[in-house]
Design a binder for this molecule. Structure first.
Ligand SMILES: [Zn+2]
Length: 115
């Protein structure tokens, strides 16, 4: 699927920063990381699932970012659950359900008409 560049899809965005970490079975946080997306990057905002065996998994932040940018919000936080399949033998039976917590920050271009 073609999403084009961030700068094309959302010209008003200067930078998107994502802080995230995964949660283990005991809801302990681990693998904390930060990602930054700039206007020249592809506007396909997705993080891979951490579960190695996971099939068709991942965490999609496209809708979250789109909504946030539309509303002019600078920060959005929440959690996502992987809806991929646990492993090849369990396709159609067991979902992966791996969890991710995130905070997405958006920096908008400065308004040229502003002081
Ligand atoms: Zn997964």
């Amino acid at each position: 699927m073609a999403y084009g560049a961030i700068g094309k899809r959302w010209p008003m965005v200067e930078q998107l920063t994502l802080e995230f970490h995964y949660l283990d079975d005991n809801f302990r946080e681990f693998a904390k990381a930060t990602l930054a997306w700039y206007p020249e990057h592809s506007a396909f905002l997705e993080i891979p699932c951490r579960e190695r065996e996971c099939v068709n998994g991942g965490f999609d932040l496209n809708d979250i970012a789109a909504k946030m940018i539309r509303q002019g919000e600078m920060e959005s936080a929440g959690s996502l659950t992987c809806m991929g399949w646990q492993d090849r033998e369990r396709i159609g039976k067991h979902r992966c359900l791996y969890k991710l917590k995130y905070t997405l920050h958006c920096e908008f271009q400065e308004d040229e008409s502003g002081g």
